[in-house]
Every structure is written in C-alpha cells, then in structure tokens.
Design a protein around this ligand. Structure first.
Ligand code: CA
Length: 693
C-alpha cells in the first residue's frame, strides 16, 4: 500500500517534471519526429508553418469544438505564436507577460512579468501598439524580448529568470517586437524603431547559456570617420550619399530571422530607410545597402555572406522584414535550395539560398511603383514618377505593404504558399518638405512627415481590402484567392491533411481546403484576430490553438473600414482558445462588435484655432489612438472619452501619467496650452463624427 502510494507519488512527480521540462535543439526543430510539437516561431527552422498532423482533416474539421480556453488581461492586442514542447504551451501577451500552461488542460504553470510599463514608460510611446510576436525555446530555457529591448532567459520548468541583457541603447526609441530566434546555442534578436528619430539597425546573437554577446551585425554603415565595423559596412557605405549617419539610416530588423542548418546561415530581413524619403537621408541617390534586403550571415560569427536587396534606394517604407521561408523546390527539372519571401513591395521572391541569386519574382497584387523585376540584373524596373518628387503621387502598395509580418505558410505536398495579402494604395508627397533642413522632431513624434501626404481622411486610401492567396512559387502564379473585406488579416497555418487555417479581422477563425480555397469551417471568436494559429498533438488528440485579441497596425490606421469592425478598447476579450474534435466546451461569450460612440458635449465649445494647433501635435497620439482620433480598438477612442471633457483629468492622465500602468505614458513637459489645444482637437473630431451620423 505504502509502496503503491510512493510509486504513485513518484509517478506524479515524474510527470510533473516531464511536463515542465523542455530539451530543444536544432535537430528537434528540423526533424519531423517532433510532428506533435511547435518548437519555434514557424514550427521548424524552415519557417513553413506546416504541421504533419492529420487527425483533423477536410471531412471532420466542422466537428471542431472548444477543448479549453484561458481568459487573458483585457488590454492590448495579441499577435503571438504559442509554442508547445513536452506537453507545455508557452505564450506571451500584453505587456510581454509570459505564461507556461499545461497544453492539455490550460492550467497555468507559471507566469513571468517583465514589468515593461514600469521599466520603460517612455518607450511605450513608440511601441505600445505592437506587443511581442513570440517566445523561443532552447535547451531547458524559454527566451523572450521585451518592448524596452531586454532579452530574457527563463527556466522552462519554473519560469525563474536565469539572465537578462539590455540589447538596445537607453537613449534611442528603439524597441523589440520580434520572437527571438534560437539556434545552435545562440539567441538572435534585432530591433525596431526606424520611424522614431535617428536609428541604426542591427541584429545581435547571444550565448544561450550566459547571455554574453556572441556577435552583432549592423545593417547600415555608421559615420565613416569612426571606421567601419567590418568589410560589409565599407561595401555598404559606397551606396550612400551625403551625411546619412546623422539621421541614422534605419534598416532595423524587427522580424524575419531564419536559421538554415544546411548552410549554417542566418537570413535576416531588413527594414526601410530612416527617414523614409531617400532624398532626405541620401540626397545624391544610391541603393543604400542593406536597407530592404535579405542578408545572409554566418551563423557562428555573424560575418556577411551575401545579400539580395528587394527595393534598392527605397523611399516608400517597403521594408523586407517579412518572414523568410526555406524549401527545396524543383525548378526546370533540378532541385533548388530555395528561400521564399514576400516583402511589402508587392513581389514574391524565390532566391537560391546557396548563392543569393534571384530565381524569380512576380507581383502578388496591383503594383504601381515598378513594372517588373529584371531577372538579369535582379533589380526592379521602376515606374517614372513613383518616387513622388515634389508631387502628390498615389502609389501601390501603401506603407502597410502587400504583405506584412502576418506569416505565410507552405504545404510542401501541394507546393503552395498561403499568403495573407493586403491590397492598398497611398499618397506620397514631399513638395512641402525642406530637404536640406529636415530633422526628425524627437522620439515621440513618430509620424514621418517627410513624405507621407496624410493631410485629410480622403488622403488615406482608395483601395483597402485583403485576401488570402494560394501561390505556386515554382510557376509564380496564383492558384486560388479568397477575398477578405478588411486589409489586415493574420498569419496562416497549413497541415498535411490539406487544411489551411486563418483568422480574420472580423473575428472568425476559418479553415479552407488547401487545394481549392473552399471554406470548410468558420467559428466566431469574439474579437478581431491578429495572431496566427498553431496545431499540436498530445495523447493522440490534435489541437488547434489561437490567441484572440484585436490589435496590430490596422487598429491605428484611422480607416473607417477598421472603425466599422467595432472592436473597442476594453470591451472585447483577449483569450487563448484551443479546439479539438473532442472538445466539449461552448465558445465563451463576448459582447457584439460595436464601434465606440463619441460623447455628446454641447457645453464644450470647440475653438477652430485651438483645434488646429491640437491637430498639429496629435501625431504621436495617433500612433495608439488612431489617425484623426478614429479609434480602431487598440487604445481608448478619445472621441468617446469623458476624460477629455475635464481639463484637470486630462492633465492628470496626459501630463502626470495617471494611467501609466495601462500603458499611457506621461508627457510631463506638455504645457497647459498644448493640453488645451489637444482637447479642442479631440472634441472637434468627436463632433465631426457625431455630425456625420
Ligand atoms: Ca517602417
């Protein structure tokens, strides 16, 4: 009896131990013996987001039901990919809080809170909207990067911190949104912040055990007078003109980090220029390496191997930070070790990853800036006038891109890539910009005024919708397309049973037949979706998991189509929902979508001149509260805020930081006059909205 009890205790302890221990290595992230798990951002090192699991298939997918769910704090949007190893799921959510859960029951095993609102309130101004796209696993540890630029190693078993290291300078408005990349005992992370004052992008690899820096690669060259860090910088400097280093140059790599064990190479996707307009940052022209490129680096040393620049001399925010996917493709009868990439600029690229040579590039949407990519030179052929010099110019794609960070997936059995696609146009115009004297205002004025012509709501966009496309990378042709009403939709998941899963901005999780795009299942999730789904299997049961919570870039776009989705701050749920064929739970309730209603305040007399002055300083506010104060659900819609009606309350929040914990930073040096002007602007926008009802 006692022996039996002891054995039972031992078994329980053993299973507890097993459930909270991961041992993740490169082989596990390549080998499909780990078919049941989801060990890295794209499941395996190739970033294909393809699961070999087949229990859920085209015949039974409409039997999917909620197996378990976990309600999460109702704050910012959720954009991350959960990881699953050894029965434990790891998620990162609002304020970069990391949780480990029993992946069968949803029980929370531990929680780690990096206290980002407290440690970096200033930086929250720049990065509030983004959140983190995921954690990484290596050995027995979990890694994540916080908004304020710290990289953390936690014990997977307990959530206890092993080390943390600051990866960005304290005096820069840079930040991290990406899931760190774990490979070969190293943890790689980059940073964002191209739009926030002088910024020089880089990626850094750290030792997974100690947190010591292993190597760093700069994406754009610094001041030549200081000497170059390596030969690659010297080469890059020849493609810049003027005094680019004074404005930083940009190129920040905030996403798009892939490890290739076959070539022991890391590919990084790089960002756009800082500032956007090339005429400002590099007035004599030039390609401006390594902006908007894929750069291949030696995984051991960070040494430059090759690069392919998708948008030479970019000037439209067409960064190449999107996911970089590896696959072996049969092209003209021979097998090519290929790399696939769909950056913002609207082309789908297939590149020979052994050499960096372009194989093919075709358009995935309407493009007006280039006619095609010349396969001999590897360069896009630009349309005259697309560079908006001294003229308002409508360009497609817009700065959201034709494809943004929501990841593609690939079904190698069918040879199809599933791309969340954005169809948008935008106005650019630099005629009002003094090219010689332009300076970034400061950290906290993120809207790049050096070329983006957003003078009115009408300027925002003519076409703004989306689609899910199945793309054949060998023929470079679309195989099927499903139109989606809203432009910004989340990443996709492909499975060996020929299913494709994708959420929608309207709040549905949808399963499609991978060969045809036929819709097979649809479930309303209670809030707009911004995160990609995953699948895993434990005890012979296959699960599909998704973080639900509207957010990301579309929510601040000020587009009426986004406002009309009706996701208002604090109203709609943030939760993790896990489905299986044996699920027995009901979908938890949530309020119906309804846009925030602007408050009527006839006693508040808007003064035109004050409102105009307020509009001029609203730019940094719009980064969370929406262009023209049109709330998209990420932060409170200020047209509906009673706080705006009281000068005292308004000052308390905006200047004194009363809502710091919620992520609202304190603008402590804002004058009474500026605060008053902002209130008048906000009430003006509220009255405009009320008047148009
Ligand atoms: Ca950018």
């Amino acid at each position: 009896m006692l022996v039996a009890l002891n054995m039972a205790v031992t078994l329980v302890l053993a299973s507890l131990f097993a459930i909270a221990y991961a041992d993740v290595n490169d082989a596990a992230m390549v080998d499909n013996s780990n078919a049941s798990e989801w060990l890295t951002y794209g499941r395996t090192h190739d970033e294909q987001r393809f699961s070999p699991l087949t229990q859920i298939n085209q015949d039974n997918v409409d039997d999917l039901a909620v197996d378990w769910y976990l309600d999460l704090p109702n704050t910012v949007g959720l954009v991350s990919t959960p990881l699953v190893a050894d029965g434990v799921m790891y998620i990162i959510g609002s304020r970069n809080v990391v949780r480990a859960l029993d992946a069968v029951s949803g029980r929370v095993l531990w929680t780690y809170d990096p206290q980002v609102a407290k440690t970096a309130p200033g930086r929250m101004r720049a990065a509030y909207l983004h959140g983190s796209r995921g954690v990484a696993l290596w050995g027995d540890k979990v890694y994540f990067a916080s908004t304020d630029g710290r990289l953390f190693a936690l014990e997977a078993a307990t959530g206890e911190r092993v080390w943390s290291v600051a990866t960005i300078p304290a005096d820069r408005a840079m930040y991290i949104t990406g899931a760190p990349k774990a490979f070969s005992g190293k943890i790689l992370v980059g940073n964002g912040g191209t739009e926030f004052g002088p910024s020089r992008g880089y990626v850094t690899a750290y030792d997974a055990e100690t947190g010591e820096q292993a190597w760093r690669f700069y994406i754009v060259p610094g001041d030549p007078a200081d000497g170059f860090e390596d030969e690659a910088q010297e080469m890059a400097a020849k493609t810049w003109t003027g005094e680019w280093w004074k404005l930083g140059g940009g190129g920040n790599s905030w996403h798009g980090w892939t490890f290739d064990p076959e070539f022991n190479t890391v590919y990084i996707g790089t960002g756009n220029g800082a500032p956007w307009n090339r005429r400002v940052r590099s007035p004599g022209g030039g390609d401006n390496l390594f902006l908007c490129s894929i750069v291949a680096l030696d995984a051991d040393t960070g040494e430059y191997r090759w690069h392919y620049q998708t948008t030479p001399g970019e000037t439209w925010d067409y960064n190449s930070n999107m996911d970089i996917m590896l696959a072996d493709l049969e092209i003209d009868g021979s097998e090519v070790k290929a790399l696939m990439h769909a950056p913002k600029n609207g082309f789908f690229y297939v590149i020979d990853r052994a050499t960096g040579k372009l194989i093919s590039a075709e358009k995935i949407t309407d493009i007006t800036w280039a006619t095609h990519v010349d396969l001999d030179t590897g360069r896009p052929v630009e349309v005259p006038g697309a560079r908006y010099e001294n003229a308002k110019t409508r360009v497609s794609p817009g700065p959201f891109g034709a494809h943004n960070w929501p990841p593609m997936s690939y079904n190698p059995n069918l040879g199809l890539v599933y791309i969340p696609t954005i169809h948008m146009t935008y106005n650019f115009d630099d005629s009002a910009v003094d090219l010689d004297t332009w300076q970034p205002t400061d950290w906290f004025s993120p809207v790049p005024k050096e070329g983006l012509a957003v003078a009115s709501e009408q300027d925002l966009s003519v076409r703004a919708d989306g689609s899910l496309q199945a793309w054949d990378p060998v023929t470079q042709k679309q195989v099927w397309e499903v139109s989606l009403p809203t432009e910004w939709n989340p990443g996709t998941l492909a499975t060996a049973s020929n299913l494709v899963f994708q959420g929608t901005a309207e709040g549905d999780l949808v399963a499609y037949a991978a060969e045809t795009g036929k819709e097979l299942w649809r479930q309303f999730m209670g809030s707009g979706i911004a995160a990609p789904p995953i699948t895993y299997r434990i005890n012979e049961r296959q699960y599909v998991a998704l973080l639900v919570g509207w957010g990301s870039a579309a929510s601040i776009s000020g587009l009426r189509s986004v406002e009309a989705l009706g996701w208002s701050y604090g109203t709609h749920p943030r939760r993790l929902v896990v489905f299986s064929l044996d699920g027995r739970q009901q979908m938890p309730p949530s309020p119906p979508p309804a846009p925030a209603k602007p408050i009527e305040a006839p006693f508040f007399e808007v003064q035109e001149s004050l409102a105009k002055a307020g509009g001029d300083v609203f730019a940094p506010c719009s980064y969370c509260h929406g262009a023209f104060a049109i709330g998209g659900g990420l932060a409170p819609d200020l047209r509906a805020s009673p706080i705006v009606l009281s000068a005292e309350s308004f000052a308390d929040v905006v200047r004194n930081g009363a809502l710091l914990e919620n992520g609202m930073p304190a603008y402590s040096n804002m004058s009474d006059e500026t605060l008053e002007a902002l209130r008048h602007y906000l009430r003006q926008q509220a009255e405009l909205a009320l008047g148009s009802d």
